[in-house]
Write a protein that binds this ligand. Structure first.
Ligand code: GLC
Length: 421
């Protein structure tokens, strides 16, 4: 049903392009204020250049968006000129994307985090420009922690204990809908991010090592998933198994959760004028796993790429250059707490005042853990899907962590052909 609706949406957008009401078309995400920020940026460029731009909204789920892009690009359609692509997609989508280095000078690309430029460079071609970068963070209710004399948790065990205690006390006080912790546990790319953070924070690796070895079947990863499975139906609602970013934010922002794992965009929305939790939120690094674990946070974020099938690559690249520029990234950081990819913006006083954790968590953003997309190349989507299916089964109580990870290890090894990918 959803797929049909999306197809219809695209057909409608395509028609307006075909009818000549737009000469460029860009796909933008629509999470929170994303779409309106995109629209404003595009409008500013259009009024400068006189070129009309059509915006195509895409599904919130990264997994669904990827499937849609693959369909469009496989058909070599010229209908979308610019694609907003996830940090884990350049390897797979590269054959369909223009080398932007022919349009965007090196002194501009050099302003961006070099790790992202490296990530977006495939076989020597710069296939996308970084737009915003993120890492998973922990949101907490400052007022509730204060009320119960608790401190922000440093380990998952502390988070579990604090969440349970406050959840119970708040329910006794009459808020029956209060939960301790919400996150993303629906079967999709978001769960891959959350689960990789749990596993990595226990020292259980990143699923596939940087040299291609499948590493997921290890005792620390088992321990991490066992911990998470105990949350379901206890400190986390059973329904979390169907939550994506926006559903977790809905619960937290309406005041019904003590803790939330999410991306930085939830900060600006949680502090918006109409937000019930405005001014009551703190943001810290995600907890460490066990005594020997460390703080983790998966690297996320989005890039802008120009399709090889675009009829106007030069103009499209110019729009990409504008949208990823310093003033645009600053505007998006101030209004939407979208982390810039231009390093000097992290020294900008206005940016730091709008989202103070950009400064306090700078190291977490710098050291964010990459999903194994570079090493697994165009098999990444499959690897990620196998991982989130396995984790979802464990969280839903259908299987044990030990069994699921042993099976996942075998599946991924078959897929990797002895680490060659
Ligand atoms: C966010 C991240 C993206 C990730 C997705 C998963 O949009 O920026 O990298 O794949 O969440 O849901």
């Amino acid at each position: 049903m959803r797929r049909i609706a999306l197809t219809l949406l695209l057909i409608l957008s395509f028609e307006s392009v075909a009818a000549g009401t737009a000469s460029l078309s860009i796909s933008c995400g629509a999470l929170g204020v994303e779409l309106s920020l995109c629209q404003q940026g595009v409008d500013a460029w259009s009024s400068k250049t006189g070129i009309d731009v059509n915006i195509v909204a895409t599904p919130n789920s990264a997994t669904e968006r990827f499937a849609l892009y693959q369909q469009i690009l496989a058909s070599r359609s010229a209908d979308i000129d610019i694609f907003q692509i996830d940090v884990v997609w350049p390897g797979t989508l590269a054959p369909h994307l223009v080398d932007l280095s022919q349009y965007i000078p090196e002194d501009i690309t050099a302003q961006h985090f070099s790790t992202l430029i490296t990530n977006n460079t495939v076989d020597g071609a710069l296939v996308a420009m970084p737009w915003f970068t993120v890492a998973g963070v922990l949101y907490y209710r400052k007022d509730l922690l204060h009320k119960y004399g608790e401190s922000p948790p440093q380990t998952w065990q502390q988070l579990t204990d604090t969440a349970a205690r406050i959840q119970e006390a708040e329910r006794l006080a009459g808020n029956l809908r209060m939960y301790g912790f919400v996150f993303q546990a629906k079967g999709y790319e978001g769960l891959t991010c959350d689960a990789l953070e749990w596993v990595d924070s226990f020292g259980g690796g990143t699923l596939v090592s940087s040299d291609g070895e499948v590493t997921i079947n290890n005792p620390k990863a088992v321990q991490a998933l066992e911990m998470a499975s105990r949350w379901i139906g206890n400190i986390a609602p059973q329904g979390v198994l169907n939550y994506d970013e926006e559903q977790s934010r809905g619960v937290f922002q309406s005041g019904n959760a003590v803790f939330m794992r999410n991306w930085p965009y939830a900060w600006a929305l949680g502090n918006a004028e109409d937000s019930p939790v405005r001014g009551k939120i703190g943001v810290i690094a995600l907890p460490r796993g066990g005594e020997h674990g460390h703080h983790s946070g998966v690297l996320g974020g989005w890039q802008l790429a120009v399709s090889k099938y675009s009829k106007h690559p030069r103009q499209a690249a110019d729009l990409v250059r504008y949208l990823t520029s310093y003033p645009e990234q600053k505007r998006r950081a101030l209004i939407g707490s979208y982390n810039p990819t231009i390093s000097v913006l992290y020294q900008d006083a206005e940016v730091l005042a709008a989202a103070p954790f950009f400064g306090t968590l700078y190291a977490s953003f710098q050291n964010a853990v990459a999903r194994p997309s570079r090493i697994t190349g165009d098999k990444y989507a499959r690897v990620s899907a196998e991982f989130y299916y396995a984790v979802h089964g464990v969280l839903g109580g259908k299987t044990t962590a030990a069994k699921a990870l042993a099976q996942l290890q075998r599946k991924l090894e078959r897929l990797s052909r002895g680490g060659q990918w």
